[in-house]
Design a protein around this ligand. Structure first.
Ligand SMILES: Cc1cc2nc3c(=O)[nH]c(=O)nc-3n(C[C@H](O)[C@H](O)[C@H](O)COP(=O)(O)OP(=O)(O)OC[C@H]3O[C@@H](n4cnc5c(N)ncnc54)[C@H](O)[C@@H]3O)c2cc1C
Length: 465
């Protein structure tokens, strides 16, 4: 009898298992694939960032090195090597999780986990054998899979998801991306930097529509410079693989049908919670209408000793959100009183420029009727950004009109994925814009743009603009 059985080894599951073990619980983890780490390490965060880094190096070598005074001859892409380096990075990371399981004395059971009853899980291996394990508590962390539209047949050849886009054998001449969200724009960026024309079709009137609207507008301008084109407010109605080509048809909202032809189409319209084969009903665990596992504020399912975390429950589908929930459940099981502030989970888009955001957007503040003031600072005015030729973008700080408390920070620019951490710390400690404006930021760094935006938010006091 284990104290805890975790089903799924993504960032939610493996972090939950480590924290349970640290807190003295006898812990098992079940993973249906042969490698640990889930979507994030195998086909998500890590491989996409590996390819984003490689393609960024190529793009800079092709487009900015000569301005820096570095001349190259016969520059070319070796896509096979790029993909193989990405595979190496994935291997190092998934092996690392295996090591962490061993170090923390967590039993790893490889196979599909399905409920037999509320305390028993059957682990079925691919070779047809199976075993049963028992747990006092169970954490479901089965994650998500790419979703599609009913009329799209994902043939994984030319009509692909993010998983296939991470291992293409050739650089598309024209990649059509359905969905202007994070995954489509990141993987679109990889191939645009390598020379593909990229057409993004988005149903909403903006890309990255759930983020502050300024971010989508600015990002669209930057991506156009590297070969993206955008079809906003277009509703895809058909997708066809005609052999060597794909044809995507979309309604442009004016009663006309637009046809976009390419050689690959990436369907990136979101992800769906994954519970196939889990047999949750056998334990009495309820699902929501959207197929998520239903949980209360303590991440407890309809059965009190069974918890669920990560992409399979409500909330942002982000690795660090899943991790926080893993720690939360482990500490709850240990009798502690943990807390997660969901409003302060940052969101990042790893395009170039990067987009990073935390707290309320301007649109949300308006909707809530909260009076706010906004301070902006463009990277064009940053000495550090000029030195590195990364002048696209800006930092926008939204602060309470009366108390000056920072309510939202939205950044688009160089290294904002790392810079957003300062905003998270500030907001966790409920800092005012003035607090940040009075703190020394090393010069020259990109972080000065955050300080300047805070100065701008407090009586328009930015110094360098
Ligand atoms: C291309 C791409 C890029 C991304 N980039 C980022 C990023 O940069 N930053 C970020 O925060 N997020 C990113 N994400 C999202 C991130 O990957 C997910 O939010 C995260 O992986 C969710 O973690 P999880 O533990 O809930 O589930 P998952 O990582 O999906 O893991 C679930 C695991 O459970 C296993 N499993 C499922 N059912 C069973 C079963 N019955 N028995 C045994 N095992 C089972 C699955 O095989 C899987 O390994 C990206 C996603 C994609 C697709």
């Amino acid at each position: 009898m284990y104290d805890v059985i975790v089903i799924g080894s993504g960032p939610g599951g493996y972090v939950a298992a480590i924290r349970c073990a640290q807190l003295g619980m006898k812990t098992a983890i079940i993973e249906k694939y042969s490698t640990l780490g889930g979507t994030c390490l195998n086909v998500g965060c890590i491989p996409s960032k590996a390819l984003l880094d490689s393609s960024e190096h190529y793009h800079n070598a092709a487009h900015t090195f000569s301005t820096h005074g570095i001349e190259l001859k016969n520059l070319k892409v070796n896509l096979g090597q790029m993909i193989s380096r990405k595979d190496d990075v994935v291997k190092q990371n998934v092996d690392g999780i295996q090591f962490l399981m061993k170090k923390n004395k967590i039993d790893v059971h490889q196979g599909l986990g399905s409920f037999v009853d509320a305390h028993t899980i059957k682990v079925s291996k691919e070779d047809g054998t199976s075993s049963e394990i028992h747990g006092k508590n169970i954490i479901i962390a089965t994650g998500s899979k790419p979703s599609s539209l009913p009329f799209i047949k994902l043939d994984k050849d030319r009509i692909i998801t993010s998983t296939e886009a991470l291992k293409l054998k050739e650089i598309p001449k024209h990649l059509v991306v359905i969905g202007g969200g994070v995954i489509g724009l990141e993987l679109g960026s990889v191939y645009a930097r390598l020379g593909s024309k990229v057409s993004v079709i988005e149903f909403m009137d903006s890309i990255i529509p759930t983020m502050d609207r300024t971010m989508g507008k600015e990002l669209q301008k930057s991506l156009k410079k590297i070969g993206f084109e955008f079809y906003l407010k277009h509703k895809v109605t058909s997708v066809e693989n005609t052999g060597k080509e794909v044809s995507v048809k979309a309604d442009n909202g004016k009663g006309e049908v637009v046809e976009i032809k390419g050689d690959y189409v990436l369907v990136s319209i979101g992800r769906r919670p994954y519970t196939d084969g889990l047999n949750a009903e056998a334990a009495g665990v309820k699902l929501t209408d959207r197929g998520q596992i239903e949980v209360n504020d303590h991440l407890q399912t309809s059965v009190s000793h069974i918890y669920a975390i990560g992409d399979v429950v409500k909330g942002a589908m982000l690795a660090h959100k899943a991790e926080e929930e893993g720690v939360f459940v482990a500490e709850t099981l240990a009798g502690q009183k943990p807390h997660i502030n969901y409003n302060l989970i940052p969101g990042v888009v790893y395009t170039w420029p990067e987009v990073a955001s935390v707290g309320y957007t301007e649109e949300q503040l308006k909707e809530k009727g909260i009076k706010y003031k906004a301070g902006k600072f463009p990277f064009m005015a940053s000495g550090r950004a000029r030195a590195s030729m990364d002048t696209d973008g800006l930092v926008k700080v939204l602060a309470d009109a009366e108390t000056d408390e920072i309510l939202g920070v939205h950044m688009i620019g160089p290294r904002t994925a790392d810079m957003i951490a300062e905003a998270v710390v500030a907001m966790e400690y409920r800092a005012s814009a003035e607090d940040i404006a009075r703190m020394s930021h090393a010069h020259p760094t990109y972080t000065e743009a955050f300080k300047e935006a805070c100065l701008a938010a407090t009586d328009n006091r930015a110094l360098h603009i």
